[in-house]
Write a protein of this length. Structure first.
Length: 144
């Protein structure tokens, strides 16, 4: 049941803060588990499954959670975005990149440092998959 504060309630009661921290902790643990598994997985179908799960968890992660994993996550997602053999892996890695950039805008600089821009330009230069091209445009907007 939702509880909306009235004039007598305080917005940040200690119970609410504890619940928010537990909520963030839960998603961070799941996020970290997926990211670790993604780095170890070599089977394309498993990689795709993990990328889909990552895209499902990222919108619920806090800025702090994303920040803690950027050094590890950026090169990994860029490498998956370069995957020419599987358009779904490209799509979901680009979608994850856009979620990360949206949640933590300074991450755009790290992605640029991993040479994501030439990869994005290459995807637009020779459009093979419309979904990938649309996601590239969104990523370009967030990176700019």
């Amino acid at each position: 049941m939702l509880h909306f504060p009235t004039g007598d309630d305080e917005w940040l009661e200690s119970d609410n803060i504890d619940n928010m921290e537990q909520y963030d902790s839960k998603f961070y643990e799941k996020f970290e588990k997926i990211a670790d598994s993604l780095s170890e997985e070599t089977e394309p179908s498993s990689q795709l499954t993990l990328l889909i799960e990552l895209c499902g968890v990222l919108p619920f992660c806090s800025e702090h959670s994303i920040y803690q994993s950027l050094d590890f996550l950026c090169p990994l997602l860029v490498e998956f975005a370069k995957n020419k053999s599987n358009p779904d892996i490209m799509l979901f890695s680009l979608r994850a990149i856009t979620y990360v950039c949206d949640l933590y805008p300074p991450s755009a600089e790290l992605f640029a440092g991993e040479n994501i821009v030439p990869t994005l330009c290459q995807r637009l230069y020779a459009i093979e998959y419309l979904d990938v091209a649309e996601q590239v445009i969104v990523a370009c907007l967030l990176l700019s």
